[in-house]
Design a binder for this molecule. Structure first.
Ligand code: RM4
Ligand code: NI
Length: 290
């Protein structure tokens, strides 16, 4: 059974959904997933980063986002230093205003973490020294707000976090990516899927949102996300079901309907396929009582 880092162990007891963990250095850490999302900024040293069947070398300036059930680990560490900004997207409920118009936002925060299969190295975000310095300043401000926890810290910390993600998204846009427009459109389709997670997947509607023909939409979606829209939606629903199984005592059928399945047997089959455990066994092994 894989290790999952829990919200309760990594966030302040007051429940504020952002937390910063510096690793100077990062020591060997076993493979794990998180109940939260992790934005990682590498500040020095190097290592091999392994996630799923993908792995790549990390050096100072690399930035990536790991979310949901995705597993990762660091190997061959050589004085690796990094900053983890841990956050709970559902709890944060950020108002993104016009950030989704920055293609890099989708690339870094929706597409890359949503990916199930391999990502090519050239599409990853790497900050130059002069881009890294201002981000580090913002991280420092975020850390001191979180440490002082004066009245209003939540507002200021959220604002600082927003500045960090906007800056990173803009940097992503600057790194050469020939198909950022296509990425942006797929990002829009993904947001639509996410907002309509309970509804049946309508490929024509998605293709319209992405301003593509159905055929090219499916091809571009598959290559950006690593799976088909339907498989992606099922995976998202299963992840939501996992969290309901862990944190509530709702009946399995109820959970199946709540996350958007309309047949509880089909839910159980898909769930078992994805997690290698039946919903009931998953709850027993990962539930509150474990
Ligand atoms: C570990 C390592 C992990 C991270 C936790 C919070 O040292 O950086 O990736 O998830 O900290
Ligand atoms: Ni981690």
């Amino acid at each position: 059974m894989k290790k999952i880092l829990k919200i309760d162990d990594w966030f302040h007891p007051d429940g504020f959904p952002i937390s910063v963990e510096r690793r100077e250095p990062q020591i060997q850490f076993e493979p794990h997933a998180h109940e939260f999302t992790e934005l990682v900024i590498v500040t020095g040293g190097k290592c091999l980063h392994v996630t799923g069947n993908d792995s790549w070398e990390l050096t100072a300036g690399d930035v990536f986002v790991i979310s949901g059930a995705r597993e990762h680990e660091y190997r061959n560490l050589i004085d690796l230093r990094l900053i983890n900004i841990l956050y709970q997207p559902q709890q944060l409920k950020l108002n993104l205003i016009d950030l989704p118009s920055v293609a890099g936002y989708h690339a870094l925060f929706t597409l890359e973490p949503a990916r199930i299969a391999r990502q090519s190295t050239k599409k990853r975000l790497h900050l130059q020294g002069k881009e890294l310095a201002p981000v580090m300043d913002m991280v420092e401000r975020l850390e001191s707000e979180l440490l002082a926890r004066e009245p209003g810290f939540g507002f200021v910390a959220t604002a600082t976090f927003m500045q960090i993600i906007a800056t990173l998204a803009r940097c992503y846009g600057r790194s050469p990516s020939p198909n950022s427009k296509a990425l942006l459109r797929i990002g829009e389709a993904l947001s639509h899927l996410e907002q309509n997670i309970h509804r049946a997947v309508d490929q024509q509607e998605l293709a319209n949102i992405a301003h593509m023909s159905q055929r090219s939409f499916l091809r571009v979606f598959q290559s950006a996300v690593g799976t088909s829209p339907l498989a992606w939606v099922i995976e998202q629903r299963i992840q939501r079901a996992c969290s309901l199984l862990r944190s509530t005592d709702k009946q399995i059928t109820e959970i199946a309907f709540e996350v958007g399945f309309n047949d509880s047997n089909y839910f159980t089959r898909q769930f078992t396929k994805s997690t290698s455990l039946s919903p009931r066994n998953y709850r027993m092994r990962r539930g509150l009582t474990s």
